[in-house]
Design a protein around this ligand. Structure first.
Ligand code: ADP
Ligand code: MG
Length: 654
């Protein structure tokens, strides 16, 4: 609790004690016969103690020309009640009660909003305060901003990893819970990549920094989190607009009520005003204005608890209606860690040479295929244990000029090695370049190599499906996803092999990146002409996937392995690339929408009922206070349910 909240609580307590005291005195008859003005003063003191800020805010708003808000409603309702009191009708008690309960509701609301924000700020705790920079054998604490690519930093046990990098010394366990919601620590050793925001478990690590702070994982997440709540759901926008027109309409309604009832229905003036006051109190829209954004906030918070970043409530709203999930293959459904299976040579080239050429070709590529080929070349041992570096070969970086290298999406790479053209890619690439070669039909992904227009051979590599990918697909179906589709640039044989292992409904292979966007567009168009309001999600990881992520109704990217472009273009980011979290996030989205809709319906229904009862004089002021504060509290409590998430999502119960 901060100072402001503490102050408000003490004001509420003082006023409440006085209120109860006055109630007792009233019941005992002690207050009878006291002069009207003295009585007014007696009630006005606790009233102003608890409510002065409401009056001040209302006055301020009026001076700014923004008259109609809840402060205004509370002010005129209570002033009117005091006015009636002065006219001889004992309404002081009611005026005090209304303000008191209104403030209790506000305090509660503050608490609830703070609590929901907590789960999101918990994520903010990943921000590192410092980095231990190693320079000339000495370690110095510096701002993470002052560390640059290639610098060496030291991370001691218990410290946060301040920047992304590669381990060059040490073995440890990393706690990635803050980023991924995954509580099992990850073992890391020399050669592993570490991402900022994790906490180092036990050993000391020396790390070669690979990204500037502003490009690091932690900086990007913080940026996303900060912007997450600025993108509003349609329902949220609707409520805001609604509140803007609603309050003035209600105020005018109350004035009409106060005038009309005495005029046409022979009611006393005081009675008319009293009904109008009830009308004003109950019509306060705060139950909706607070609980609807709070519900969405809770949903985003729940997602962040399991390591899923939702970039705005609008995406949560869209995700709740997804019924078709289109997925990329490599890196999304499969690990993207290719292993070299075999090397087939031709035209007098040796295996060793084919692998070396391929490694040079892939040198500047970020494609998962590239990494695996380079690793295979550097460390011939297929089971490349990281501690063993004896037979490591190195590539002479100077032989390749990055400027000569062209990565052709969906085909492979083309570069110049020792003045001659080197091609590394799929069959389409060699055909495009009119190179004669023998096509290989083994199951797996085939990387063909051609040097100086001569076919040198091919490398058969194989990826494996992600752990839990099968569970993820069946869990999606249980969650009500009617269609799962896999898209890939890979060969048909491999595509069918993977999709049948996972139980995917539809497969499209041999696609260029632009084809993927075309297919999703085609699905979107079909949806447009159908009557259901359902949506399409696309899940991907690569740079090439960014345009598809952007056009899909809901774009979901892999945060850890995925390219920056993909993470940027996506609406939802899975921090740990675990696609089992997709069905969970769909459930969170639906639950959030259910809660928010229930609040809207409940609040409006209760309010309309009490409004009508107030108009005809059947609702007491207590009913009006319930209609305002009571409904708010109930809606807020309901909204807070959105924040909770079943933690056992990984145990297949989802
Ligand atoms: P996916 O759709 O499975 O994610 P991509 O669109 O990234 O695959 O690539 C499609 C195909 O293009 C790959 O299966 C591979 O044959 C070829 N390819 C793309 N980039 C490279 C590369 N850097 N090296 C070799 N082959 C590549
Ligand atoms: Mg891909």
């Amino acid at each position: 609790m901060n100072r402001k909240q503490r102050k408000r609580i003490s004001r509420i307590v003082i006023s409440l004690v006085l209120f109860i005291l006055l109630l007792i005195l009233e019941k005992a008859g002690t207050l009878e016969g006291i002069n009207g003005f003295v009585l007014f003063a007696i009630y006005f003191v606790p009233y102003i103690i608890v409510g002065y800020d409401v009056i001040v805010r209302a006055a301020k708003n009026i001076s700014h020309g923004q008259i109609f808000d809840e402060n205004f409603l509370m002010m005129i309702a209570t002033f009117a009640a005091f006015g009636l009191g002065l006219l001889g009708d004992n309404q002081y008690e009611e005026a005090l009660a209304v303000m008191l309960f209104y403030q209790i509701g506000e305090a509660f609301q503050d608490y609830a909003v703070g609590k929901s924000r907590q789960s999101i700020t918990d994520m903010m705790n990943i921000a590192p305060e410092y980095a231990n920079l190693e320079q000339d054998g000495e370690v110095e604490q510096v701002d993470p901003d002052d560390v640059h690519i290639g610098d060496i930093i030291v991370i001691r046990a218990g410290e946060k990893v301040p920047l992304d990098g590669k381990v060059i010394e040490g073995v440890s366990f990393l706690d990635t819970a803050a980023l991924t919601g995954e509580s099992v620590p990850r073992r890391i050793c020399v050669g592993d990549e570490v991402i900022s925001g994790c906490v180092n478990g036990e050993g000391t690590l020396r790390i070669n920094v690979t990204k500037e702070y502003e490009d690091s994982t932690v900086a990007k997440i913080l940026d996303l989190v900060e912007n997450a709540t600025s993108k509003k759901a349609r329902l949220e926008n609707f409520i805001t607009r609604f509140a803007k027109y609603y309050t003035p309409v209600v105020t005018i309604g109350a004035v009409i009520l106060a005038v009309m009832l005495p005029l046409f229905f022979g009611l006393g003036i005081a009675d008319g005003i009293r009904r109008a006051c009830n009308f004003l109190i109950v019509s306060c829209p705060c139950a909706l204005v607070i609980s609807v954004p709070l519900g969405f906030f809770g949903g985003i918070g729940a997602a962040s608890k399991i390591g899923v970043l939702v970039k705005g409530s609008n995406f949560l709203e869209a995700a709740s209606r997804v019924d078709t999930i289109v997925m990329d293959k490599t890196g999304t459904l499969t690990k993207g860690e290719f292993k070299v299976q075999s090397i087939i040579t031709d035209n007098g080239f040796e295996e060793e040479k084919v692998l070396e050429l391929a490694a040079y070709g892939e040198f500047n590529s970020n494609h998962p295929i590239a990494q695996s080929i380079i690793n295979a070349y550097k460390n011939d041992d297929s089971d490349s244990t990281k501690e063993n570096h004896e037979n490591e070969k190195s590539l002479n970086m100077e032989k390749i000029n990055p400027a000569d290298t062209k990565e052709i999406a969906g085909f492979g790479v083309e570069t110049i090695l020792d003045g001659k053209k080197l091609l590394v890619g799929n069959a389409k690439l060699l055909k495009k370049e009119n190179i004669s070669f023998k096509e290989n039909n083994t199951v797996g992904t085939i990387v063909y190599v051609a040097y100086d227009s001569v076919y040198a051979g091919c490398i058969v590599i194989a990826d494996s499906v992600k752990d839990g990918a099968k569970d993820a697909i069946s869990s999606m179906k249980r969650t009500g996803i009617t269609k799962t589709v896999m898209l890939t640039g890979d060969r048909e044989e491999t595509a069918i092999d993977v999709s049948s292992k996972l139980g995917i409904d539809e497969v499209r292979s041999n696609l260029l990146p632009a084809d993927k966007a075309g297919i999703v567009e085609e699905f979107l168009n079909k949806k447009k002409h159908s009557s259901d309001n359902n949506m399409i999600a696309f899940v991907g990881d690569g740079i090439n996937d960014a345009p598809v992520l952007a056009i899909a109704d809901v774009g979901i990217a892999m945060g850890a392995m995925g390219s920056d472009a993909a993470v940027e273009a996506a609406d939802i980011v899975l921090m740990d690339d675990d696609i089992r979290k997709i069905p969970t996030i769909l459930k969170i989205a639906r639950k959030t929408m259910k809660i928010v809709r229930a609040n809207v319906i409940f609040a409006i229904a209760v309010k309309v009922l009490i409004l009508i009862l107030s108009a005809v004089g059947l609702a007491s002021m207590w009913a009006a206070v319930f209609g305002d504060v009571g409904v708010s509290v109930i809606c807020i409590l309901n909204s807070m349910r959105a924040l909770s998430v079943k933690e056992d999502f990984s145990k297949n119960t989802y």
